[in-house]
Write a protein that binds this ligand. Sequence first.
Ligand SMILES: [Zn+2]
Length: 478
Amino acid sequence: MADDRKGLGVTPQGEDFSAWYNELVLKAELADRAPVKGAMVIRPYGYGIWELLQAELDRRFKDTGHVNAYFPLLIPMSYLQREAEHIEGFSPELAVVTHAGGEELEEPLVIRPTSETVIGEMYSRWISSWRDLPVLINQWANVVRWELWPRLFLRTTEFLWQEGHTAHADADDAMAETLRMLGVYAEIARDVAAIPVVTGEKTAGERFAGAVATFSIEAMMRDGRALQSGTSHYMGTNFAEAFDITYQDDQSTLRHCHTTSWGMSTRMIGAVIMAHGDDRGLVLPPRLAPYQVVIVPIGRDADAAHAAEKLAAEARHFGVRVHVDTRDATPGFKFNDWELKGVPFRVELGPRDLAAGTAVVVARISDQGKETVPLGGLAAALPGRLDGYHGALLARAEEFMAQRRSKVDEWDAFVTRVADGWADALHCGQPDCEDDIKAETGATPRCIPSAGEPETGTCIRCHRPSAYGRRVVFARAY
Ligand SMILES: [Zn+2]
């Protein structure tokens, strides 16, 4: 068994968090490196997580009035140039097609880094009257942003995401949409991924290229760093002016639309890995676990295998995603493997258990324990156990965040806090001061929390008067 453990083991988090992450993604078979540097192959186990996240997001998008559509991968270069800040922000990351069909193209085509431009062009054709508004469309797609320092799921040249793009008659309606979708992301993080998040507006330096206001959800990883896990942008009329997205109001006056965009990507899988994982591997939240329960029959007799299949069929009847591990390997190897893969519960069915009409249920997180329970009624109780597990995981993550996040008013305390956590501090809002803080500590303003109490004073770093009317969350971030 010692050799098995070695083969499945990962570097402890406390030793090297980054090595822990990289090894785990590969060993848990979530993803693999692709032939092209910076690209990623999402393996079935990782893609299973994405499919579950997709389904949860898609349902909520539709419940809030959105419909899906699909826009092209290739975008004329001139489209990106129409919005000055947009092209400036994205140009270093663009992959450009210059040749096709054996010839040099008259106009280069950009592989979409995001789709505001092509969707803006189409909206200008589709929208003409106030009666056409709002337009509430989401797209599921891949995008390409050239990445010099790739990390699987966190920063890859090509990644999967959804991008919502909406057009509205006025600022109020567009801002309400921006915040509504931010709320959907926060709900997904908390209720599906068991990750507590801080929601708020980004400072000017962290804003999306071309946006008037950018909002994000920020999650805390087990090393105390922040991971931006979803963003929602209010564009004002910037893209509407660049793409001539106009409508006639009910007085026949021609007006520009106010637009929004919002996205969540495969990066969220990185958040799940780093917000919950431990030295034994992944810890998956039940609602995103491809297998919520794995049954391991022990011993070679047919009874255990039969009992496992019967229990699995019953559990599926109750809506549980269950897998029976019939591989030709030792139980110890299987236990370690499913712990590495973060399955919430494993059920062991051994000869003695079967004779007694019981099973051993082991939870992946230790405070949920190991117990021997009667086989009858186990399947029906699994959904409740999974809900309880979700709650315990969320509570654990909330406690972790509470321990590592605090208000600080002195520079020394700030430096100590952001070394392994988050600091809520007053800040002047000046870019040069943000740069200085980053150079000194590696920390950046993550967001201005929506839930923050009104407060003013002097900047934590430069002592100029504070901006924003409340504290800003600073952290080192992925
Ligand atoms: Zn300052």
